[in-house]
Design a protein around this ligand. Structure first.
Ligand code: FCB
Length: 463
């Protein structure tokens, strides 16, 4: 791999920090939603807020040279007026400095879903004012951390948080409304462009990109009907984020289709110009699974995005678009996610050919139930999963794709949204019942060999 390849791991503020009401951090939409619904929450999570030194040292000892983490808006900005919380700034200064002292490159996500509740009060991502507020928050981040950070991502996975929040209703704010999904999606993509503009205008060092939950789409056959279903699924799953961030335009066939049933008056020409003029420098792609589709047959479009473990148990009204199917030949995780490394290779090739931008694989990993009361978790399944996905990346690199980093999800076990702490992804086990003790798993040792050898330790298989 390239000699400056980033071999790292990733977390998100709400999922690992804990300290939810310490040092001036205000409530986020997730705090309110989980507390109100009496659901497992991230109040403590992995308590990274108090364990960050130990965790960053472990990254270094594990051969990692980069750490992808997110900043918490409710920790940094205290109210709708944009007041800065100096203690929030201090915390991230300490985290960034600690990374640098340990030879770890910080790769910073500005927003990973923890919207301050004070913005949710007026509609969250449906309130157009949130775009400007986000832009202000992003500027505060650039001003305070920009001297030491070279990699910025405006958003983590607009699709995943908005589709779950506004269409499926599984995440806060728990809605089931296509029009609202569209409006929130437009606002988030506009906010991303505003932050890119601010970044460019301020002449900060480094590069800025966006992180997308990438779901490469395959069709069950080559009929023209299936190709239409593939295009619809690709628009739904990928293009509205990637085309908009990288090419500066929403896919016109998607907009045309939506305009037949929904109101698109939010899309103002002067804002579309800002989107056009402020595209990203790189793409961060998170890969967990592809989507296999066939033409729509009847009823409501069924998707696998449900986080319940049962594919198709969530119904979404996108009439006539496509239908998602499961490949009977594939292997699936306990949560019914297809294990399909080849999809990463195919997806990287498609994305690189289409957007011609450097790519970082910003998340990849597997969530399983694990007994962590043992001295060492032997997560051989995770090792073979990661091996096969890194092999897919190396095959894409061999074919000429410009891929510059790989981040395992996740650095340590953490709070996994609606799945709580039961679904573990970490390279390091966290004993949530026992003082949050950290114990590296076998995958952590294995990943060290991979990073130390710059990929040579991967068992290769050509496609
Ligand atoms: C992604 C999210 C991340 C994590 C992984 C498993 O969709 O970006 O926060 O929960 O899934």
């Amino acid at each position: 791999m390239h000699k400056e390849f980033l071999w790292g791991s990733a977390t998100a503020s709400y999922q690992c920090e804990g300290a939810w009401n310490e040092d001036g951090r205000v409530e986020s939409m997730w705090d309110r939603y989980l507390h109100e619904h009496h659901l497992e929450n991230g109040d403590i999570a992995s308590d990274f807020y108090h364990h960050y030194k130990e965790d960053i040292k472990l990254m270094k000892a594990g051969g990692q040279n980069a750490y992808r983490f997110s900043l918490s808006w409710p920790r940094i900005i205290s109210d709708r007026e944009g007041t800065i919380n100096p203690l929030g700034i201090d915390f991230y200064n300490r985290v960034i400095d600690c990374c640098l002292e340990n030879g770890i490159t910080p790769f910073v996500t500005i927003y990973h879903w923890d919207l301050p509740q004070y913005w949710q009060e007026t509609g969250g991502w449906l309130d157009h004012n949130v775009c400007e507020a986000y832009d202000h928050y992003a500027k505060v981040c650039f001003d305070n951390f920009g001297d030491r950070v070279n990699y910025w991502a405006t958003f983590n996975e607009p699709k995943w948080c908005l589709v779950n929040g506004y269409l499926i209703g599984n995440y806060p704010p728990g809605e089931h409304d296509v029009q609202h999904t569209m409006n929130a999606a437009y606002n988030m993509m506009f906010a991303s462009a505003l932050a890119v503009r601010t970044f460019r205008q301020g002449n900060y060092q480094g590069k800025i990109g966006i992180v997308h939950s990438y779901t490469p789409v395959d069709g069950v056959d080559d009929t023209i009907q299936t190709q239409i279903a593939v295009r619809n699924a690709d628009n739904y799953s990928n293009n509205w984020v990637l085309d908009t961030a990288a090419l500066g335009e929403f896919p016109m066939d998607l907009v045309t289709r939506l305009s037949q049933d929904y109101d698109i008056s939010l899309m103002k020409p002067e804002e579309l110009k800002i989107i056009k003029d402020n595209t990203v420098d790189f793409l961060g792609l998170n890969y967990y699974a592809r989507s296999l589709v066939k033409p729509y047959t009847h009823g409501e479009t069924q998707l696998q995005f449900n986080n319940t473990g049962k594919p198709g148990s969530t119904k979404i009204v996108l009439k006539d678009w496509f239908e998602q199917v499961m490949d009977p030949k594939s292997e699936f995780t306990e949560w019914d996610t297809e294990i399909y490394p080849r999809g990463l290779y195919d997806g990287l090739k498609k994305a690189y050919a289409k957007y011609d931008l450097p790519i970082y694989v910003t998340e990849n990993g597997v969530g399983v139930r694990e007994d962590v009361s043992v001295p060492k978790v032997h997560d051989d399944w995770r090792i073979s999963y990661m091996n096969d996905h890194i092999n897919a990346i190396m095959n894409a690199v061999d074919d000429g794709c410009d891929i510059r980093g790989y981040f395992a999800w996740s650095t340590m076990d953490l709070y996994s949204w609606k799945n709580g702490v039961e679904k573990r992804y970490g390279l390091v086990a966290v004993d949530f019942d026992h003082h949050l003790e950290r114990r590296p798993k076998a995958s952590y040792d294995w990943f060290k060999k991979v990073a130390d050898s710059n990929g040579d330790a991967i068992k290769r298989q050509a496609y």
